[in-house]
Every structure is written in structure tokens, then in C-alpha cells.
Design a protein around this ligand. Structure first.
Ligand code: TRP
Length: 336
């Protein structure tokens, strides 16, 4: 049976090597499999939770869309669209909010973490700076998932709870109004690498330690040279398995035999400067074609818009049909 796989990409910031290895590459590979119908979308409403700068909102959507297309997402097969082009998503969110316990949302990690941080800093108001959008985030995500009947939702570990909430909400709806929603399952890629960033912590926009995927070679080289290493000198053996960011990034891109060769040379004492130069050259060569395509797309946003509009049209055939069933089920219907 054909399974529906769906995932959202929050449009904040410029996509980096960690995003590629951890999410984009596996998603593109998965979208080619037989017996799956995949839905990938720009979660631009979710992005508003953390960003109130309109120019940045637009720029992020452009960069994320261009990245996925440049890296070879087949948009004839996968349905690729923008959340905000699907009006049924916020509509459904309202309806499910009528059956979602506030207590369920109280338990969401992101909200709990925000409250805890207010309490730690001794604030009198535990909800200080917390918007309704942050609080309701899991309901918007549930609507994203349920409106397309997703069976599987590939996400990072931090998002498993949200997918489980979507499942709870679907169950509740089905119980109250009759079976309308498929119960989604989170899928966490066990074999996907989490890349470390320039400072040795997880590569993440929030740590400001990323290497963007598509920067000019000079800039890429400069960033690679900044990767933190230990103080071993050339000639001293390096341990590739001891939090070695240079090796980890190389490994995430290279073939097995290339990786083994690099490992051996580090163990034999390759200096960090030379190791970084090799990593830079490898990445530069590996990303060159996609980078050319990315630059072309960024310079031609109209061509991306065409792709997104056609994705939205396909997506809406499904979302509109399900939404009309949902309205029927809850009694939002014409009077005559
Ligand atoms: N919240 C997800 C994240 O930050 C992005 C997202 C939004 C999503 N809607 C979704 C992921 C629906 C999966 C399904 O990574």
C-alpha cells in the first residue's frame, strides 16, 4: 500500500551542512522510493513564531525552497508546497483546537522550556514573552500532518512529542466525530548523522556555528579553517573518533573508501591545516553543481514560485477534499 510521508521545514535562516545531512538528503532519497507519496513543505507560518522581520521571512523561504530544488528534489513526484498557500491548514487548526485540552499543550517541551527559563531567571510572570503561537505550535503542526493523511512523519528527536500530540488529537477527533483522520507516526532516522558545528557543539543556527551549504568557495574555505580542533601538531596521531568535527563532516559526504583513507592519514599524523584544506576541497567539489543551480534559482525567484504554486495546487486537491469532510463531520454546513 502506498504510504504518505510528510515533513515540514521551518523557514528560519540559511540551510547549512547539518540540515543537509540530517534532513534534506534523507528526505530527497526517501521521496524517490516506490510506494510512497511524499509531501514536503515550507513551514512559513511556524517560522513567524521566532521571526518578526518580514524581509527575513521572505528571504528564508526563498533560500530554503532554492536549496531543496538545487539538491535535486523531484517535484513531479514529491508534492512540494508552502504551508501558507494551503488555507485548509489554519482552518483545521481552529477546529482541532476545539477538542484539544489546554493541558496537552501545557506539556509541550518548547513551551515548558520557555516557562522554566522564566522561572529560573526569577520572573514573576512565568509566561513572560511567550506568544500564543509558541503555545499553539503543536496544533498547527497537527493540522499540517492530519490534513494530508500522513502515515509517517520524519522528524528530529525534538519533534517526536509534537507528532505524538498530532496522533492524540486525531484519535480524539475520530472518537468524537467518527473516523476521518489517519493516525501519524514519527520516524526518526537512526542512521542519519548529526553534524557538529564550528565550535564543536551540534551544528545549529541557534548556536551561530554553522557552515551554510551554498557559499562562494572563498567563504567556504574560511569557515572550514575556523573549525575547532585540538592542539595536536602535524606528525602527532589524531583520533578521528574523539569529537573530531573535521573528520565527521568529511565522513558525512565522502564514500566509505575515501573516509577510510582520510581516517588513516589522520591517524598517521596529518596536520589540522592540511586536513581542513582537504575537507574544503572535498566539500567544494561535491557542492559545486548544486551551488550553481542554487545561485541560478535565487536569481530567478519567479521560477521557484511557479514550482510552489503547482505544488500548492496538487496539495489543495487533497486538503480541500478532507476539509469539506471535516466541516461536514462537525456540522459546519450550509443550512439548505
Ligand atoms: N516543527 C518542525 C521543526 O521545527 C517543522 C514542522 C512544521 C513539521 N510542521 C511540521 C515537521 C509537520 C513535520 C510535520 O522541525
Amino acid at each position: 500500500m502506498t504510504k504518505t510521508v510528510l515533513t515540514g521545514i521551518t523557514t528560519t535562516g540559511t540551510p547549512h551542512l547539518g540540515n543537509y545531512v540530517g534532513a534534506i538528503r534523507p528526505a530527497i532519497v526517501a521521496s524517490r522510493a516506490a510506494n510512497v507519496r511524499s509531501f514536503y513543505f515550507l513551514a512559513d507560518y511556524h517560522a513567524l513564531v521566532k521571526n518578526q522581520n518580514p524581509e527575513q521571512a521572505r528571504q528564508s523561504s526563498l533560500e530554503v525552497a532554492a536549496t531543496w530544488l538545487a539538491l535535486g528534489l523531484d517535484t513531479d513526484k514529491a508534492v512540494f508546497y508552502r504551508q501558507s498557500d494551503i488555507p485548509e491548514i489554519p482552518e483545521l487548526m481552529w477546529i482541532i483546537s476545539s477538542l484539544t485540552a489546554k493541558g496537552l499543550m501545557n506539556r509541550a517541551h518548547a513551551y515548558k522550556a520557555a516557562v522554566a527559563s522564566n522561572q529560573e531567571s526569577g520572573d514573576r510572570d512565568p509566561d513572560k514573552g511567550i506568544t500564543m503561537a509558541l503555545f499553539s505550535y503543536p496544533m498547527l503542526m497537527a493540522a499540517d500532518i492530519l490534513i494530508f493523511g500522513a502515515n509517517r512523519v520524519p522528524v528530529g528527536k525534538d519533534q517526536i512529542q509534537h507528532v505524538e500530540m498530532a496522533r492524540d488529537i486525531a484519535q480524539r477527533f475520530n472518537h468524537v466525530y467518527g473516523e476521518r483522520f489517519i493516525l501519524p507516526e514519527a520516524v526518526v532516522g537512526e542512521d542519519v548523522a548529526t553534524l557538529l558545528g564550528l565550535d564543536g557543539r551540534k551544528m545549529s543556527k541557534s548556536y551561530n556555528n554553522t557552515i551554510p551549504l551554498f557559499v562562494p568557495p572563498k567563504k567556504l574555505r574560511k569557515l572550514v579553517m575556523k573549525i575547532k580542533t585540538n592542539s595536536l601538531t602535524p606528525g602527532e596521531p589524531k583520533d578521528p573518533d574523539a569529537d573530531c568535527t573535521v573528520f565527521d563532516i568529511y565522513k558525512a559526504f565522502a564514500t566509505e573508501s575515501e573516509t577510510t583513507a582520510f581516517r588513516n592519514r589522520l591517524e598517521e599524523g596529518l596536520g589540522w591545516g592540511d586536513a581542513k584544506q582537504e575537507l574544503f576541497e572535498y566539500l567544494d567539489a561535491h557542492l559545486a553543481i548544486a551551488r550553481g543551480e542554487y545561485d541560478r534559482l535565487i536569481a530567478d525567484p519567479a521560477s521557484i514560485e511557479v514550482v510552489l504554486q503547482s505544488g500548492a495546487k496538487r496539495a489543495r486537491e487533497q486538503s480541500a477534499a478532507l476539509m469539506s469532510q471535516v466541516r461536514q463531520a462537525v456540522g459546519i454546513v450550509p443550512l439548505a
